[in-house]
Design a protein around this ligand. Structure first.
Ligand code: RFL
Ligand code: PHB
Length: 390
C-alpha cells in the first residue's frame, strides 16, 4: 500500500488531520488499533473551544453538534458556599460548546467513511521504520491479521500518550518534562435531569467537584479523589452523598439518578519538547498531556494538526519546508500556555492537603480575585474559550 501521509491513531488528532488533508487534496491512510465501536464509546472530553466549533462547521462536520451540543456563555465557580457566574461572552465575545468527544468522533468517522476513507480499524503490531530517509514505512497487521506495509511520504503519530510514535523518536533527540499531581478524578455518567444551566467548578473543603452535562437527561460529574482509590470504594450512595456536599448551595437541588458509568483517572502534565524527527511528526496526547481541569486536551490536539496540515500544504503545493521545520516550535508556543492554564485551573480548584494555613488563605484570595476583578476574570476566560488559532 502507498499513501502520502500515514496517520497512526483515530482519536481527535488523527481524524481531524485526515479531514484537513482531504480538504486540501492530500491522500492519507488512518490506522487504528481499536474497533470503531470502542473509539465511539470511550467517554472523555466534553468542552469545545469557539474556533473548533467554527472549524467543524466550515468543514461541514458540525451539523449534529449544532443541534445536540449546548452552547455555554460561561461557567459557574463555587467556593465557600457561594456561586459566581463568569460570563465568557461578556468578557471575550465568545462561547464554548459542551458536546462529548465520542460524539465528535462518531461525526468524524461517519464523514470520513462516506468520503471513502481509508480508515482501518482493529489493526495490530503497528511499527514505524525509516523515518530518517525520504521513504518512511509503517508495518502492521490488518483486521484479519494479514501483514501489511504502508509506504508514505510522511508519518504522523496521533496515537495518544501510550502509542508507539513518540518512542520512535530516539531518546537522545527528545526531552520529556512532566508533573504528577497527588489527585485523581472519579468520573461518572448518570441518568438524571440537568441541575444547572452551565458547568459548575466547585472548590470545597472535601475536594473539588465538577458538574457537566451530556444531554438533558445524562449528566457527567467528576469528584476529586485519591488517584489510587479503587472503584469498589465508591458505591453509588457514597458518590451522591459526596456530590450533595460538594455542590451544596441554598435553595438549589442536585438531581440524582442511576449511575451507569464510573472511572478513575490520575492527573498529570507532560510535554515532549520534540514533536518531529526526520519524516515523523507527533501530535496531540502523543506529545503532551494536560490535567482535564482546563478542558484543553482535545482542543490542543486539534490545534497541533491544524498547524501540521498547513506545513504539509506548503510542502506539496509550494515545495516549501519552512512550516514543517518549525512545526515543533509553533506548537510548543501554544502548548506551554495551555499547560500553564491547565496547571493553574487544577491548583486553583483542588483541595491541597499539603497546603499550609497561609497558603490556603492565598488560594482563597486567588478564587475571590478571579470572581471580583474583571481583569482577572478576562485572563481566565480568554484561554478557557480558546486562544485564536492564528
Ligand atoms: P487519543 O484520543 O488518545 O487518540 C489516540 C488514538 O490512537 C490509538 N492508538 C493506536 N492506533 C494504532 N496503533 C497503536 N499502536 C495505537 N496506540 C494507540 C488509540 O486507540 C486512540 O484511538 O489522542 P488524541 O487524538 O491526541 O486526543 C486527545 C484527547 O482524547 C484528550 O486530550 C482529551 O480527551 C482530554 N480531555 C479533555 N479535553 C478537552 O479538550 N476538553 C475536555 O473537556 C476534556 N475533558 C479529557 C477530559 C480527558 C479525560 N481523561 C479521561 C483523561 C476529561 C477526562 C476525564
Ligand atoms: C466534561 O464535560 O467532560 C468536562 C468539562 C470540563 C472539564 C473537563 C471535562 O474541565
Amino acid at each position: 500500500m502507498r499513501t502520502q501521509i500515514g496517520i497512526i491513531g483515530a482519536g481527535p488528532a488523527g481524524l481531524f488531520l485526515s479531514h484537513l488533508l482531504h480538504r486540501i487534496g492530500i491522500d492519507c491512510v488512518v490506522l487504528e488499533n481499536r474497533s470503531r465501536h470502542d473509539i465511539e464509546n470511550t467517554i472523555r472530553a466534553g468542552v469545545l473551544e469557539h474556533w473548533l466549533i467554527d472549524l467543524m462547521n466550515e468543514m461541514g462536520l458540525g451539523e449534529r453538534m449544532m443541534r445536540e451540543g449546548r452552547p455555554d456563555t460561561g461557567i459557574t465557580m463555587q467556593f465557600l458556599g457561594q456561586r459566581h457566574h463568569l460570563d465568557f461572552e461578556e468578557l471575550t465575545g465568545k462561547k464554548i460548546t459542551v458536546y462529548a468527544q465520542h460524539e465528535v468522533l462518531k461525526d468524524l468517522v461517519a464523514a470520513r467513511l462516506a468520503q471513502g476513507g481509508p480508515l482501518l480499524f482493529s489493526v495490530s503490531n503497528v511499527a514505524i521504520a525509516d523515518v530518517e530517509t525520504d521513504k518512511p514505512r509503517i508495518t502492521f497487521n490488518d483486521a484479519e491479521g494479514a501483514p501489511q506495509v504502508l509506504d508514505c511520504d510522511f508519518i504522523v503519530g496521533c496515537d495518544g500518550f501510550h502509542g508507539p510514535s513518540r518512542q520512535a523518536i530516539p531518546q537522545s533527540a527528545r526531552q520529556e518534562l512532566d508533573m504528577h499531581y497527588p489527585w485523581g478524578w472519579l468520573g461518572i455518567l448518570a441518568e438524571a435531569p440537568r441541575s444547572w444551566h452551565e458547568l459548575v467548578y466547585s472548590n470545597h473543603e472535601r475536594g473539588f467537584a465538577l458538574l457537566s452535562t451530556r444531554s438533558p437527561m445524562t449528566q457527567r460529574i467528576y469528584l476529586q479523589c485519591d488517584p489510587h482509590d479503587s472503584l469498589d470504594a465508591w458505591s453509588d450512595d457514597r458518590i451522591w452523598a459526596e456530590m450533595q456536599e460538594r455542590f451544596a448551595f441554598p435553595g438549589w437541588e442536585l438531581f440524582e439518578g442511576k449511575i451507569f458509568q464510573k472511572s478513575i483517572v490520575g492527573l498529570r502534565s507532560f510535554v515532549c519538547q520534540t514533536m518531529q524527527h526526520g519524516r515523523l511528526f507527533i501530535a496531540g496526547d502523543a506529545a503532551h498531556i494536560v490535567p482535564p481541569t482546563g478542558a484543553k486536551g482535545l482542543n490542543l490536539s486539534v490545534a497541533d494538526v491544524v498547524m501540521l496540515s498547513r506545513g504539509l500544504d506548503d510542502w506539496y503545493k509550494k515545495g516549501s519546508k519552512d512550516r514543517l521545520d518549525s512545526y515543533t516550535e509553533t506548537c510548543l508556543t501554544r502548548i506551554w500556555k495551555y499547560e500553564r492554564f491547565s496547571w493553574y485551573m487544577t491548583t486553583l480548584f483542588h483541595r491541597n492537603d499539603a497546603e499550609t494555613a497561609f497558603e490556603r488563605r492565598i488560594h482563597l484570595a486567588d478564587l475571590d480575585y478571579v470572581c471580583s476583578s474583571k481583569a482577572a476574570a478576562t485572563a481566565l476566560a480568554e484561554i478557557y474559550v480558546g486562544l485564536p488559532i492564528g
